[in-house]
Design a binder for this molecule. Structure first.
Ligand code: ADP
Length: 172
């Protein structure tokens, strides 16, 4: 099992599944969600409409349609409620870890070999990037010990700050 980094747009990746940092409605939004829906085409929204939304920390899977990825795993990250250095009083850390674990579990259930994550919750949802990255890497490392089909987990970092944080964490 390999954990690796990629810089840039998750919609361009040729992997079995990309993960979407979705909203509870699963009906599209801004940021990475908007980019995924634009690249996948309108059929993705049609399938999402049949799913009945998704709770924070949980995950649901659809096909990838026009994306190079075969599947999209939609997960809903927690909205950060704390202040920098304080916060996260609403179980944010556990919920964010659940996003990663539940997405990986869905990928295993479908016997997928590769999956790429964006930096969930660190855009519009305001989660501090360093803390979010530590949770992401830790959850994926723990999971990798019991992975069966999965061979590769990619952290897709869209901005330079995230890339630097993950580079540091993965070389530690
Ligand atoms: P959230 O609402 O979970 O915070 P956002 O989409 O606002 O979701 O941001 C999550 C992360 O996705 C941010 O780090 C943002 O820079 C990144 N991002 C935005 N567009 C893309 C893209 N096309 N590919 C990969 N990551 C992206």
């Amino acid at each position: 099992m390999k954990l690796r980094l990629d810089a840039g747009d998750i919609t361009q990746l040729y992997v079995d599944a990309i993960v979407n940092a979705a909203k509870k409605s699963l009906l599209g939004g801004g940021g990475v969600d908007g980019a995924i829906h634009r690249a996948a085409g309108p059929e993705l929204l049609e399938e999402c409409k049949t799913l009945g939304g998704c709770e924070t920390g949980e995950a649901k899977i659809t096909k990838g349609y026009d994306l190079p990825a075969k599947y999209v795993i939609h997960t809903v990250g927690p909205i950060w409620s704390g202040k920098e250095g304080y916060g996260g009083d609403n179980n944010e850390a556990e919920l964010l870890a659940s996003c990663y674990i539940n997405s990986l579990q869905l990928a295993e259930k479908k016997e997928l070999r590769s999956i790429a994550f964006p930096c969930i919750s660190t855009g519009a949802y305001g989660y501090p990037k360093q803390q979010a990255a530590m949770i992401a890497v830790n959850a994926c490392k723990v999971f990798s010990n019991r992975a069966e089909s999965l061979r590769e987990i990619i952290f897709c970092c869209y901005d330079d700050e995230s890339l630097a944080i993950y580079r540091q964490l993965l070389t530690d």
